[in-house]
Design a protein around this ligand. Sequence first.
Ligand SMILES: C[S@@+](CC[C@H](N)C(=O)[O-])C[C@H]1O[C@@H](n2cnc3c(N)ncnc32)[C@H](O)[C@@H]1O
Length: 230
Amino acid sequence: MVKNIKSFSDPIIPYTFNGVYPLSDDTYLILDYFKKNVNENFFDELPITTIRKILDMGTGTGIIALFLQEIKKYLSKFTTKIFASDISDAAIRCATLNERSNNYKDNITFIKSNLFRKFPPSLQHSFDIIIFNPPYLPSISRKENNLIRRRNDSNWDGGERGFEVFIEFINQVKDFLNTKQKFYIYYISSSSTDLSQLNDELETRGFQNRILNTSHVFFEDIILNRLEEL
Ligand SMILES: C[S@@+](CC[C@H](N)C(=O)[O-])C[C@H]1O[C@@H](n2cnc3c(N)ncnc32)[C@H](O)[C@@H]1O
């Protein structure tokens, strides 16, 4: 019988530091998709035994990396090594403490880095799956008393159009993907940005986008996407 992970318990996240992105609807859009689409033989549509390394970019509290580490307990063929990175010192500290609280000391490799800048050369061409819930809102948020306020926050501020950070990630990512086999990149986008422009930019860079799920939150739709090679 094929087991899926719907009923598996979520990791515990006792540490939520000030300034570290709290568990949110977008976080759960990703986790809920994996709950429905990972089983003992397949990670989504990839054979589970072929996945050697997964990266959780912009890990925040570490929830996604910890969730993946958690499902390794239940799926014996899922022996992948989990990596998690973030630009924020506080996020790396918070995620490391959460890892310890789940008794996974030193199972996840944490890397403090602005995108891939501090990644060692040994990790080039190695990731089979990368997950990035990036800052995805446009910098200029609203006009107050004729002053334009900027979201000066790496949790939210995706750049002027809302996807500059993500496009910079895409510009760097090919050096770190294992392109010898099929790879997937999962990411979140928002309807408050120009999605057709984002899609054009992704296609120009050789990626094909598939929408996996959406959720309406306050003023926008948040979208879970999956990229693969065009
Ligand atoms: C929307 S939060 C997602 C947090 C967590 N993955 C989740 O889903 O709950 C975005 C995360 O990306 C990180 N981040 C922003 N810019 C980054 C960059 N240039 N390099 C690495 N991480 C970055 C932020 O510090 C933040 O933790």
